[in-house]
Design a protein around this ligand. Structure first.
Ligand SMILES: *Cc1c(COP(=O)(O)O)cnc(C)c1O
Length: 386
């Protein structure tokens, strides 16, 4: 049986598939089984920030796999210790680090830490926000499409309109454990927070004894032009959730824990694979590459160029072009599916964000020439359709 028939037969059925078999990746490119190259603005949903199969990550994985692959956090491990130090020093005020295996797990952990630390239950999240799909994280996620089949969800979650500071002032109370926000909403359509909104979130949290959780799972690891998107704003989160780009494509999540979070006690949370040396080695190599290749800065520059080029396209189909660094959305006056398909025919992989936004999350190593190709393909597709 060929790959697609075989995979279709046995897959869970949870994923809408595209009819292409990806077998190899390098930098910002991936290849299918026919040898056709694509410029990858999906990047595993914003995972391959340092580019696909970066040689430094390959080397680190190889070396670590030969020494030891698994070692739970009940024991010390040299690779993990170095990673914890590095993660703990990525942003000022972050004291400790919890390691896990995915984004939704990082959000679950942050919610539990906030509840444990404050002794309160309430979580205030934002409309259009996305935080993952396990039941706790799903309770913070906004979209009905993801939530409705699984209700009732975890109680005491409330949603306020994004970028409406007054709504935060009304909703955050002495019963609120945390405010949980993305600095740039990804899945919800690429909406950067206004400075006033994030600053108000911090202010009301401090005033009312709640914690501020910033979800950097998509916007972090250099994507928006700084290591974390919140660093574009003058705010100090108490908990920061990370995953996606954190380990060069290897599954890993993390929570950075700030000084306002009460000390966590042994046993209140944990996970078997957390702090796994193989993932830790990949993450350590990824952080070194981000720094050595100056990738946040490159994301800022290439992203500004990408945005400017997209904004120069004249098309009646385009409603808005927005983004920060290499987290870019083009809002259309029609559904995105035909555009995504058209781009693929032109050798470009892109993502939807909701029904009407085309989302570009390329590896931060994408070149200007590749951006030019993506923009030319986009322009061709919208002119074919509009
Ligand atoms: C992808 C994402 C998640 C969930 O991460 P998973 O690894 O898919 O569980 C949570 N929050 C944000 C902002 C994301 O983009």
């Amino acid at each position: 049986m060929n790959t697609q028939t075989l995979e279709s037969r046995y897959t869970s059925g949870l994923y809408a598939k595209r009819p292409v078999t990806i077998v190899r990746g390098e930098g910002a490119l991936v290849w299918d089984d026919q040898g056709r190259a694509y410029i990858d603005c999906v990047a595993g949903h914003g995972v391959a920030n340092i580019g696909h199969s970066h040689p430094k990550v390959v080397e680190a994985l190889h070396a670590q796999a030969e020494r030891i692959i698994t070692c739970p956090e009940m024991f010390y491990n040299d690779t993990r210790a170095r990673l914890l130090e590095r993660l703990g020093n990525l942003a000022p005020g972050m004291e400790r680090v919890f390691l896990c295996n995915s984004g939704t797990e990082a959000v679950e952990a942050a919610i539990k830490f906030a509840r444990f630390s404050t002794g309160r239950a309430g979580i205030v999240a934002a409309m259009r926000g996305f935080h993952g799909r396990t039941l706790g994280a799903l309770s913070a996620t906004w979209s009905k499409k993801y939530r409705a089949p699984f209700e009732p969800l975890v109680p005491e979650f409330r949603h306020v309109p994004f970028n409406k500071p007054a709504a935060l002032r009304e909703t955050v109370t002495e019963d609120t454990a945390a405010v949980l926000l993305e600095a740039v909403q990804g899945e919800g359509g690429i909406h950067p927070a206004t400075p006033e909104f994030l600053q108000t979130a911090q202010e009301v949290c401090r005033e009312r004894g709640a914690l501020l959780i910033v979800d950097e799972i998509q916007s972090g690891m250099g994507r928006t032009g700084k290591m974390f998107a919140f660093q574009h704003y003058s705010v100090q989160p108490d908990l920061v959730t990370l995953a996606k780009g954190i380990a060069g494509g290897v599954p890993m999540g993390a929570v950075l824990i700030g000084e306002r979070v009460a000390p966590l006690k042994p046993g209140i949370h944990g996970t078997t694979f957390g702090g796994n040396p193989l993932a830790a080695a990949a993450s350590l190599a990824t952080l070194e590459v981000l720094e050595a290749e100056n990738l946040p800065q490159r994301a800022a520059e290439t992203g500004a160029y990408f945005l400017e080029r997209l904004r120069s396209i004249q098309s009646p189909l385009i409603r808005d072009v927005r983004g920060m660094g290499l987290m870019i959305g083009v809002e259309l006056k029609q559904k995105v599916a035909p555009i995504i398909q058209g781009l693929m025919a032109h050798g470009v992989l892109a993502l939807p964000a909701g029904l009407t936004v085309v989302r570009f999350l390329p590896p931060l190593v994408i070149t200007r020439e590749q951006v030019d190709e993506v923009v030319a393909a986009f322009e061709a597709v919208v002119s074919e359709l509009g």
